[in-house]
Design a protein around this ligand. Structure first.
Ligand code: ATP
Length: 206
């Protein structure tokens, strides 16, 4: 089974795109969800985070204090790197476990990775990558609807991610998500048919 990486900047529409793939019968493994599970109460990463950063980075139920950690990682590159060193191997193992459970008859599965082009962790597993693309203005408009995310914070997050031009350059396939959700769906349906066509060629199957 081939694995297709799905990425895009904050608010580009990765989750919306993933939902559409699921509706077409494609399995999606979401590394963001895995990261949340690993740092939720009972999550495997919490003891390591406590040991590296101190108990003050954990909440009452032993979960990672997400806002505190986000603030720290944003201000302090060494802390961000340490956090990634803890999380990435755990995310990779869990993603591989989830991918291994997907039925062998599936031609491909999607691996959603927000920072796919910024980090090397997943690249070697992927058959190809999709970038969900929209303008920065659209990204900001979408994410400031979320509680607690200001215009300035959204700008800061966008500035810390790979520039749009790099994502467009590195993607094998680009889905434009600056218009309606039905336009997003129809592009994904077309891409899905193309992938199934490519993967019906025995020379491309693995
Ligand atoms: P994040 O990087 O924060 O996880 P994301 O890339 O997964 O974000 P989504 O959560 O899918 O982005 O989309 C952000 C918001 O924009 C959501 O509320 C979603 O419903 C909305 N949205 C996405 N695409 C469209 C669209 N084409 N038209 C209208 N709203 C959209």
């Amino acid at each position: 089974m081939k694995i297709v990486g799905l990425t895009g900047g904050i608010g580009s529409g990765k989750s919306a795109a993933a939902e559409i793939f699921v509706s077409l019968g494609v399995d999606v493994v979401d590394t963001d969800k895995i990261a949340h599970q690993l740092t939720a109460p009972g999550g495997m990463a919490n003891p390591l985070i406590g040991a590296a950063f101190g108990a003050e980075m954990l909440g009452n139920a032993g979960e990672m204090d997400r806002p505190k950690m986000r603030a720290m990682a944003f201000e302090n590159p060494a802390a961000r790197q340490r956090l990634e060193e803890i999380l990435h191997p755990l995310i990779l193992t869990q993603a591989q476990n989830e991918l291994a459970k997907i039925a062998i008859i599936k031609a491909y599965a999607i691996l959603a990775v927000p920072l796919l082009y910024e980090r090397l962790t997943f690249r070697s597993m992927l058959w190809r990558t999709i970038s969900i693309d929209c303008t920065e203005e659209t990204q900001i408009q979408r994410v400031i609807q979320r509680p607690g995310l200001s215009f300035a914070a959204a700008k800061k997050i966008i500035a810390a991610q790979a520039p749009r031009s790099i994502r467009l350059q590195l993607a094998d396939d680009v889905i434009h998500n600056g218009a309606s959700l039905s336009s997003l769906r129809s592009q994904i349906e077309t891409l899905h048919m193309r992938y199934l066509g490519l993967l019906s060629r025995t020379d491309l199957r693995a």
